[in-house]
Ligand binder design. Structure first.
Ligand code: 9MR
Ligand code: 9MR
Length: 598
């Protein structure tokens, strides 16, 4: 088992470990600035034939570039153009635009001086394997079930965390559910590199995956994932979502409708396989954010699973009842924040796992109200909700979910009552304006992507910012039918897959230079060299909240492939979901566009 010992350091060993850690940081540093690495930054998987195709050349001087087959036949020659603006690191880049070259095949890009790019392909459905893997990744995150080789290949593993004896933490105690009593709360996905299960983060994740199905049902019905439920008459993406949805349902207190914030150990598990984690598990305090995110997901699920009455006869009704009782709880308890530090002063054991704390619930109310309204057509849900607060149009994150509600309202206008929502025109206007803000001036920046428009995009989990910007652009493409939004969405996919300052494709197993050491307990502890595939790491983040030095604090360069670096190299379900959306939507739309041309 590799590296587990790092996490067992004791006081006595500290100086030795400090030395070793400095040494490994040094090794990682020299790996990062390896001069043999290609100065050509591009999507390491490839391009659709009719898509925009760009590569970024660092340390260039201009001149001609060529595209060559793998046997070095020149098939295209173009001229490198300097970027209008420098990169965040202060350098002008050179842009190789070969969009007009559209002949399917495998190629490399060559620049003056003899350097070349990683190989890439031009072909229809070029992102299909990645798109599938981004959803299959959730199968690998399943709690409470073994993963046999038949589905998991060399990443097969034993069952972890059955969660059939979960304790009511004192913070969650009620008349009917006393502290220390037990509930069953099995299934669900592990949140990230850790083994806990958090409702707030499950909310945006599950909502995003359900939207992928709702927005592209015909395509998503064709996606086969080789999971245990495959072939049961339900599309595999919904089968995978069901694993988490059934867990989420258990997180609601049936006595009052409130939803527990998370199911967790008192402290993070060690870096060990999930079946080794046998510490007690708790559900903690109910909260407004968790309850509203739950209500939104259950309302959305109700209308989706209604389409499968044979396979899941009672599920839609259960989801709708749960959504409504959660909503009622939130109306009665509109301001219950999850404040872990305060909770720990009052109750024991102290809980030190992820917080997902949020104090503002206006956006959660908008999301839940929108989903409940679209499912039930009962405008009562919108009654006391200000749908148009005067606050920024945040691209969705776990703590900012207003736009998830907007997406749902904006696209469900076949139904007359949604069409008549008086704020709808303004909501659409704001969505389009937000997309325009994102794309305005992109062609001047050094990497030609929305992601590299602003250093503000580079916090913890920055790759999910890029992916969620892509999702917003696709939503607006669907509203406007203006292809420029789709082009810029694809540019952010290019960013994630290698057209960026670090030269990494940030998805494990997909690209030529990919993370090998994500902060992900099974990937570290399983003894398999390659990490579990299809996982999006957090990516560039100059914050270094983990104390691990990145080779550069320039925002888009602040990344290290080190399994201790949880602020730059962890993986998480809420980061994979917009990647799954972006990659699958790109596949679906590319198929639609090419068939409409024929
Ligand atoms: O592994 C944990 C990861 O999932 C969290 O995102 C991160 C921040 O909360 O914390 C990680 O756990 C570390 C803990 O915070 C401090 N001790 C070392 C743990 C493993 O690196
Ligand atoms: O993604 C979360 C990020 O936005 C926060 O800044 C960070 C610190 O609170 O926590 C991140 O979420 C982690 C969670 O708390 C525990 N599981 C791993 C998550 C990803 O790092």
């Amino acid at each position: 088992m590799k590296k587990i010992s790092i996490y067992h350091s004791t006081a006595l060993r500290v100086s030795v470990w400090t030395f070793i850690m400095l040494f490994t940081a040094q090794a990682a540093l020299s790996q990062q600035i390896d001069t043999s690495a290609s100065p050509v930054r591009l999507n390491q998987i490839g391009f659709y034939p009719n898509a925009v195709k760009k590569a970024i050349v660092l340390n260039g001087r201009g001149g001609a570039f060529t595209i060559q087959t793998l046997s070095k036949t020149i098939v295209f020659t173009g001229i490198l153009k300097p970027s209008v603006k420098p990169s965040f690191g202060g350098k002008i880049t050179y842009i190789a635009d070969f969009s007009v070259f559209n002949k399917p095949g495998s190629y490399r890009l060559y620049i003056p001086g003899g350097s070349n790019s990683y190989p890439f392909q031009i072909k229809p459905s070029v992102h299909k394997p990645l798109a599938n893997a981004a959803i299959k990744a959730y199968y690998f995150m399943r709690a409470s079930t073994p993963l046999p080789a038949k589905y998991a290949g060399k990443w097969q593993r034993a069952e972890g965390h059955p969660d059939t004896n979960v304790l009511i933490h004192p913070s969650a105690a009620s008349e009917k559910r006393k502290a220390g009593s037990m509930i069953k709360s099995p299934r669900g996905w592990y949140d990230a590199g850790d083994y806990n299960k958090y409702i707030v983060n499950s909310g945006i994740t599950t909502g995003t995956l359900l939207s992928l199905y709702e927005d592209f049902p015909a395509y998503m019905k064709t996606v086969k994932l080789n999971i245990p439920e495959s072939g049961n008459g339900i599309p595999d993406i919904l089968n995978e979502v069901l694993w988490n949805l059934r867990w989420m349902l258990t997180m609601q207190d049936p006595n009052d409708g409130g939803v527990y914030h998370k199911l967790t150990n008192a402290a993070f598990d060690k870096f060990e396989m999930p079946d080794k984690g046998t510490e007690p598990r708790y559900v903690v305090q109910k909260g407004t954010a968790a309850t509203l995110d739950f209500a939104a997901v259950m309302a959305q699920s109700a209308r989706i699973f209604k389409q499968y009455p044979q396979q899941v006869p009672d599920l839609a009704d259960s989801c709708l009842n749960s959504a409504q009782s959660a909503w009622a709880w939130a109306i009665k308890n509109p301001d219950v924040a999850y404040r872990q530090d305060e909770m720990n002063e009052k109750f024991s054991p102290k809980i030190t796992t992820g917080t997902y704390g949020d104090n503002n619930f206006a956006d959660e109310f908008i999301w839940a109200a929108s989903e409940l309204f679209v499912t039930t057509h009962d405008s009562g849900f919108l009654k006391n909700i200000n749908l148009l607060p005067d606050d920024p149009m945040h691209v969705p994150t776990w703590s900012q979910v207003k736009l998830l509600g907007y997406y749902t309202l904006a696209k469900n206008t076949v139904s007359a009552d949604v069409k008549n929502v008086k704020d709808l025109p303004e909501i659409k206007k704001r969505l389009i304006a937000a997309a325009d803000d994102l794309i305005n001036g992109v062609d001047d920046n050094a990497y030609q992507t929305v992601m590299t428009q602003s250093i503000k995009h580079f916090g913890w989990g920055s790759t999910s910012e890029a992916a969620n910007e892509g999702v917003l652009l696709i939503q607006v493409y669907k509203l406007s039918h203006n292809k420029k939004y789709l082009d810029y969405a694809l540019a952010n996919l290019d960013y994630l897959l290698g057209r960026n300052a670090t030269g990494y494709s940030y998805v494990t197993g997909y690209g030529s230079k990919t993370p090998m050491h994500p902060h992900h307990r099974p990937s570290v502890a399983d003894g398999v060299t390659n990490p579990i595939p299809g996982l999006l790491v957090g990516g560039a983040n100059p914050g270094m909240q983990d104390g691990i030095h990145v080779p550069s604090t320039v925002p888009d360069e602040a990344y290290i492939d080190d399994d201790r670096a949880y602020a730059a190299n962890e993986i998480a379900i809420n980061w994979n979901a917009p990647l799954a959306y972006l990659a699958n939507a790109s596949e679906a739309l590319q198929q639609e566009l090419s068939s409409s041309k024929q």
